[in-house]
Ligand binder design. Sequence first.
Ligand SMILES: Cc1cc2nc3c(=O)[nH]c(=O)nc-3n(C[C@H](O)[C@H](O)[C@H](O)COP(=O)(O)O)c2cc1C
Length: 358
Amino acid sequence: MWPDRRLLDLFKTEFPIVLAPMAGVMDAELVIAAAQGGALGSLPCALLSPEKAREQVNIIRQRVSAPVNLNFFCHKAVDADPKRETTWRQRLTPYYEELGLDPAAPINVANRAPFDAAFCEVVEVLKPEIVSFHFGLPDPSLLKRVKAAGCIVMSSATIVKEAIWLEENGADVIIAQGAEAGGHRGMFLTENIAEQPGTFALVPQVVDAVKVPVIAAGGIMDGRGIAAAFALGAAGVQLGTAYLRCPESKVIAPARLALAQAHDDSTVITNVMTGRPARGVANRVMREVGPISPDAPAFPNAASGLAPLRAAAEKLGRVDFTNLWAGQAVRMGREMPAAELTRALAGAALARFAQMAD
Ligand SMILES: Cc1cc2nc3c(=O)[nH]c(=O)nc-3n(C[C@H](O)[C@H](O)[C@H](O)COP(=O)(O)O)c2cc1C
């Protein structure tokens, strides 16, 4: 028996386990597999056009009747900063030369668009059961439309202040994202990375501060982690890194290898890959330019200068410039189909609860 049934009742999934949305490394295929295993599948839309998001949801709906979570970034778009862009290009020039690329060639701008009216229309048409946001919440007028479409709204908090803000501003569920978590820090009321609490410290403090159900995220990889999250007061868990090595993910082969070979001390928080702090396995550019660099242009523009390098290096089978987003417990990842993994995770958690009750 799950010690807390609030999310099961709310989501109507078999398990209170959420497959984290992971932009860039997954699509409908992983969502479908995790949903078939009993989890809530999340489709990351940050790198998709509204048309593509619609197409992906249609694929999911054709294959499973489970609820679905559509995930969006809602950062504030910043104006271009030509001076910083130039400094960044200069910093990356030796890599361009090494790979035989022209550092002066024009680059397509990074395409991580924040949630806007076009995406909101997609939500209104498709009416996903759940919509989750990263980096706060969208403009109140857009959020009102999402809620009017009947969607349950979730968003990530990295400190208690953010959790309280999210609850006050309309979030129905809060994802407490500890510092262990892979991918971008969802931080939006603070910029201080050093102050970010870990999952074990954050979850009970968020649970005490808000009334809405709390989902724990960051470093959870097996039944022990899931049981610990519930013991801390969470009503569910969101796992990203645990699903990265599933055959249904879109992680490219050399990145899979890097994940498989990673240890507990292989990840760092960096801003050089996109301009926003995110945790991943350290690659060459993170080590040599970062992991934190004041030269990195604001999110998402740092990624633009890296894009040609990434493409050229990947052609050579190298991940020197590839985002290897992963959490601190990446070492515990398993290569297993996502439905099977979900059932194994749930089974192991339930066994732990039973053991703890003895
Ligand atoms: C590869 C990767 C990509 C991610 N992309 C997103 C994203 O697009 N949207 C989002 O809300 N969270 C994203 N996250 C963060 C997850 O939602 C979640 O907080 C994190 O995976 C939990 O920690 P764990 O990786 O240790 O399980 C990403 C995480 C990873 C590992």
